[in-house]
Write a protein that binds this ligand. Structure first.
Ligand code: FAE
Length: 539
């Protein structure tokens, strides 16, 4: 296929639509028509972007606006076609095959309740949430066109400026806070809950209890911006629109209300007419097309069906390749490509500097007079900012079970100093991560600076029934993988991969393990900064 041929097709999320619709037994005429357009074997593209999360979406939009034809290759589904129940995504309380990426059983982050396991059997399918298991940690990630934006809480937090030098040393903070953070916030559609509504709605009773307890112990309580459409949520509460955040939708996708990348960056990329998407296509290899790298790159892509089987392998060429497969996806690819000789000159920093953003979870058992409500919005809107004193930012998170639990639940982001590395295991044929569960202890210690004090003040105790039997800390997982191709180490100061002109990293892999708050605004802002410089200097 010619470069012009690809560009004329515009933005078409094809194969995911076709296979997704077939499996859900609800193909539509438009879905079938659009399905004709995934990338063809032998195609030549100007820019190939691997993955359609925050980094990939920013790259696609800005390259397309600069006149470059872009092909976005995404291993997950398109998530644009409703199933037989009329919904694209399933509910957290009733997970079905759409929930998890290629699992026969759900793997909920909170996998116990009252000490009983709550996971259930599901049909293996290319679902939207991947619980990817490594030896010492399970890393949760979004799979599909829109990446993590499909499954995340939408909390859109700009770090405190005084923490920025630790987050991205070598990046000009003045530029980031004057230009790129504001740009990212505007493009993502970030807003904050109306405080008067927050104070009156049943759906945030849990957060008001969180506020009361934080403030009584002297901790700063802050509203946290989010990309959920707050006006829509108020209308959900009023009963005038279909409910999403107020009906338990979040972890396996929101059918309404959330401004995912599909509604922001990717919609604008589509409008340029220069962006094409191949869903259910996974990049397996990238290597120089003609020895030196200047002749572009050969990219091997595997097309998947909704059972995860490879149904076609396609070889294409690209003038430039942007790695935006997420911290884990990009790191796994790069260590494999270096070790297997596809990109042997990648430097030794590739795979290193990986962190969990200091994530740790816990719950507290309240007294009966501090009910947290059977109605809970799934979208967190507030947190405890204890960076100054104890090194933790704790999001007051929902526990939307549909019944009164008397539980307060928190996801803490801490300054955990531990960093892990990805390595290619040639015997096993996979990339492995050497994180150890015990490395969460500094995070637990920092979280305790908040919650031990609150428990002492309130006369309450930790819940021990949410992550196992008599297990207090959710220390087995992260939602926020960061690093593995760190800016200024594995790449230059803008994400160019050493030794390979035309290869770039543009996602969370660039960030060395911690952002002090939820990461996607920083990932987006950094991608905006880097792509601007790359377009100006390289294209
Ligand atoms: P990401 O969004 O993960 O996109 C990478 C994409 O690449 C994915 O769509 C992959 O399917 C795809 N991919 C991977 N490998 C390949 C391959 N070989 N070929 C083709 N495609 C591939 O990367 N962050 C916040 O700031 N606020 C929150 O409230 C928040 N809540 C979260 C809740 C959950 C449950 C989870 C899982 C994450 C949450 N996050 C949150 C984290 C946030 O979503 C994450 O940092 C970003 O999505 C990472 O953006 P990237 O562009 O790095």
């Amino acid at each position: 296929m010619s470069r012009a041929g690809i560009s004329r097709r515009g933005f078409i999320a094809g194969t995911g639509t076709l296979l997704g619709a077939a499996a859900l037994n609800a193909p539509t005429a438009s879905a079938t028509a659009r399905a004709a357009a995934p990338i063809a074997a032998g195609a030549h593209v100007a820019a190939l972007v691997v993955g359609s999360g925050y980094g990939g979406s920013v790259a696609a939009l800005r390259l397309a606006q600069a006149g470059v034809h872009v092909h976005l290759v995404e291993m997950g589904m398109a998530w644009d076609t409703p199933g037989p129940d009329g919904k694209i995504f399933c509910n957290t309380l009733r997970p079905d095959h759409r929930s998890y990426w290629l699992r026969e059983r759900t793997k909920a982050p909170l996998n116990f309740f009252l000490g009983f396991p709550i996971d259930r059997d599901i049909t293996r399918y290319t679902g939207v949430l991947d619980a990817e298991d490594f030896a010492g940690i399970t890393v949760y990630q979004g799979r599909g066109v829109g990446g993590g934006s499909l499954v995340n809480g939408g909390m859109a937090v700009t770090p405190r400026r005084e923490n920025f030098a630790d987050i991205l040393p070598g990046v000009n903070a003045a530029e980031m806070y004057a230009t790129y953070y504001p740009r990212a916030n505007t493009e993502l559609g970030v807003g904050t809950v109306n405080p008067a509504w927050f104070d009156s709605t049943d759906y945030y009773q849990y957060a008001r209890v969180g506020r009361k307890h934080a403030q009584r112990s002297g901790f700063p309580f802050v509203f946290v911006p989010d990309v959920y459409d707050w006006d829509y949520m108020e209308r959900e509460a009023a009963g005038t629109v279909p409910k999403s955040a107020l009906a338990g939708e979040i972890l396996y996708g929101n059918n309404h209300g959330k401004k995912t990348l599909q509604h922001t960056y990717l919609a604008r990329a589509k409008a340029t007419g220069r962006v094409t998407v191949s869903a259910l296509h996974r990049v397996a290899s990238v290597s120089p097309a003609s020895g030196g790298g200047h002749g572009g790159y050969t990219v091997v892509i595997e097309q998947l069906d909704t059972g995860g089987a490879v149904v076609a392998t396609k070889t294409v060429t690209a003038d430039r390749v942007f790695f935006a497969a997420g911290s884990v996806g990009t790191s796994k690819l790069l260590v494999k490509l270096k070790a297997t000789g596809a990109l042997p000159a990648l430097n030794d920093e590739v795979g290193k500097g990986w962190g969990d953003n200091g994530n740790v979870m816990c719950g507290r058992a309240n007294h009966v007079w501090d009910a947290t409500g059977s109605l809970q919005s799934t979208i967190p809107c507030a947190g405890i900012d204890n960076w100054a004193a104890g090194g933790a930012f704790a999001e007051v998170a929902p526990l939307p079970t549909g019944i009164e639990t008397f539980a307060s639940f928190y996801l803490a982001i801490t300054r955990n100093p531990n960093r892990a590395s990805f390595r290619w295991n040639s015997a096993a044929g996979r990339a492995e991560l050497d994180w150890q569960t015990a490395w969460k202890q500094p995070s637990i210690d920092m979280a305790k600076t908040i919650f031990d004090k609150i428990n002492a003040k309130e006369g309450t105790i930790y819940r021990s029934d949410l992550f196992g039997v008599y297990k207090i800390w959710g220390d087995h997982l992260t939602y926020h993988p960061l690093g593995g191709a760190v800016l200024g180490r594995a790449t230059d100061g803008y994400g160019r991969l050493a030794a390979y002109p035309g290869l770039y990293v543009i996602d969370g892999a660039l960030i060395p393990g911690n952002t002090s708050v939820n990461p996607f605004v920083t990932i987006t802002a950094l991608a905006e900064r880097n792509i601007e410089a790359i377009i100006a200097a390289d294209l």
